[in-house]
Write a protein that binds this ligand. Structure first.
Ligand SMILES: C[S@@+](CC[C@H](N)C(=O)[O-])C[C@H]1O[C@@H](n2cnc3c(N)ncnc32)[C@H](O)[C@@H]1O
Length: 170
């Protein structure tokens, strides 16, 4: 999620996000983005200055958070997103190590608040949430990519990239 030296072949989150934001602008609206477990928020400061995204975030604590990020942030666990945001609301939801201890319910909540057609990028540590099992969501979403990996000073890590396919059912 952080900008590094420009390497054209490297997956580039900022370029991906700006491309999506520009697509939204051609439709006359801002890309609505949620970061679950925003941390300091450093990773968003440059993007927010572009004025191209409608940004929202959650955190469990404001400790260490940039002042400029606080006004976009609500205090909420990943498992409680449905109490703070409407269903089918965000074009993009990211959670970069932001669903600790609530991996499965956090991911369910992230799917709930994402729009149909919306993108979801989630990373975590430990056991990968078993979202592919039929009793959870069936064909409610598509898994575009998922993997496990090793990161420095962390347990085994995993990520999911999903696309939500249908409206949330209330
Ligand atoms: C390791 S930091 C990651 C920060 C940021 N996403 C990043 O990549 O730099 C964890 C952040 O997620 C939040 N967090 C951890 N577990 C959470 C949970 N279950 N629900 C909501 N937020 C959580 C913490 O408050 C903190 O802001």
């Amino acid at each position: 999620m952080y900008e590094g030296d420009h390497v054209p072949t490297r997956p580039n989150f900022r370029a991906f996000l700006l491309r999506r934001a520009e697509e939204s602008q051609t439709l006359g609206r801002l890309l609505r983005v949620l970061d679950v477990g925003v941390g300091t928020g450093d990773q968003w400061l440059g993007l927010l200055r572009t004025g191209k995204i409608d940004f929202h975030a959650t955190s469990l604590t404001a400790v260490g958070m940039r002042i400029d990020i606080m006004k976009y942030t609500v205090t909420c666990t990943a498992a409680g997103l449905h109490r703070k945001f409407p269903p089918d609301y965000f074009d993009l939801v990211v959670a970069h190590y932001g669903t600790h201890y609530t991996q499965k319910s956090g991911l369910e909540n992230i799917l709930w608040v994402a729009k149909p057609g919306g993108s979801i990028l989630v990373t975590g540590e430990g056991n990968m949430p078993p979202i592919a099992s039929p009793e959870n969501f069936g064909l409610f979403y598509r898994i575009l990519n998922s993997d496990t990996y090793k990161a420095e000073r962390k347990e085994d890590c995993w990520f999911y990239m999903l696309r939500k396919e249908f409206r949330s059912l209330e």
